[in-house]
Write a protein of this length. Structure first.
Length: 115
């Protein structure tokens, strides 16, 4: 069990936008807090417009979380490389984020908001 990672339901409705399009809207998003890091919102796949996402070859490994798989996001004017990620087989203790995807919002092209 990983004690420095907490997962809870993210209250309210959460929305992700890129290139003017809504990529995801969910009442069932999860908030993952890892130590002192900024919380990350994970969206259930069924609440994401997966047609905008294309799996990339990028992967990373975290000893606490497992192997992350990345996705590019297609907008009207751009392809945002490795702009989202998921843990398809998360480590023990964080199984709740399986079948969820999180989005990078520090690139200035993707926005995340709670309605």
């Amino acid at each position: 069990m990983v004690y420095h990672i907490k997962i809870r339901r993210a209250g309210g409705t959460w929305v992700v936008r890129a290139g003017g399009a809504v990529l995801a809207e969910s009442h069932d998003a999860l908030e993952l807090i890892e130590g002192e890091m900024k919380p990350v919102i994970y969206f259930p796949r069924e609440d994401i417009a997966m047609a905008f996402l294309e799996r990339s070859e990028q992967t990373t490994h975290s000893r606490h979380m497992g192997d992350a798989n990345y996705y590019a996001i297609s907008t009207k004017s751009d392809m945002l490389s490795n702009a989202a990620w998921s843990y398809e087989n998360p480590a023990e203790g964080i199984e709740r984020i399986k079948d969820h995807i999180a989005f990078y919002t520090n690139n200035g092209q993707i926005t995340l908001e709670q309605l």
